[in-house]
Design a protein around this ligand. Structure first.
Ligand SMILES: [Zn+2]
Length: 158
């Protein structure tokens, strides 16, 4: 059996959306409607499960539908709890998060991951900005790059 034989009974088409409903949707209550609709679909699927052994195959299909709907409901509910109202907000939020994470990674590399200084004719220079370095500071006084003086014992401050 490859296709479901039982389908939801056709309901009469929904009434046209009123101005009030449209405004409610514009305000973002469409997530509540969506969750209610998904719950209703899950309930509907549940009503087709007979539990009879001759319906095992059909029951398995309905159970898979219910499981998928319940997962979708829990994902959408979690997004709603975080104040998400539409897919665009999800994209915005993730884009913001990634931008902040990238920025943080850059800051970490610059201020926390030490790099060696280069030495030319006995003068040390910051690899990042080529600023001359004296007295082995923890960070380059010009660009802030973390410097590693620990692995240059010769050049350690006397
Ligand atoms: Zn520097």
């Amino acid at each position: 059996m490859s296709k479901k034989k039982k389908r939801r009974e056709k309901k009469s088409p929904p009434p046209p959306i009123t101005q009030g409903e449209k405004e409610a949707t514009d305000r973002g209550t469409n997530i509540d409607k969506l969750l209610a609709q998904l719950s209703s679909l899950a309930d509907n699927s549940r009503s087709f499960i007979t539990g009879k052994s001759e319906d095992d195959e059909f029951d398995a299909i309905w159970k898979a539908d219910i499981e998928a709907l319940e997962q979708a409901i829990s994902i959408i509910s979690a997004l709603q709890d975080e104040g998400i109202r539409d897919p665009e907000q999800v994209h915005d939020l993730i884009a913001d998060y990634n931008a902040i994470a990238d920025e943080r990674r850059e800051l970490y590399c610059k201020y926390e991951q030490p790099s060696l200084t280069i030495s030319v004719c006995g003068q040390d220079f910051c690899l990042e900005c080529r600023n001359p370095i004296r007295y082995q500071p923890r960070h380059c006084p010009r660009c802030g790059k973390r410097l590693n003086n620990e692995i240059n014992p010769k050049r350690r401050k006397p």
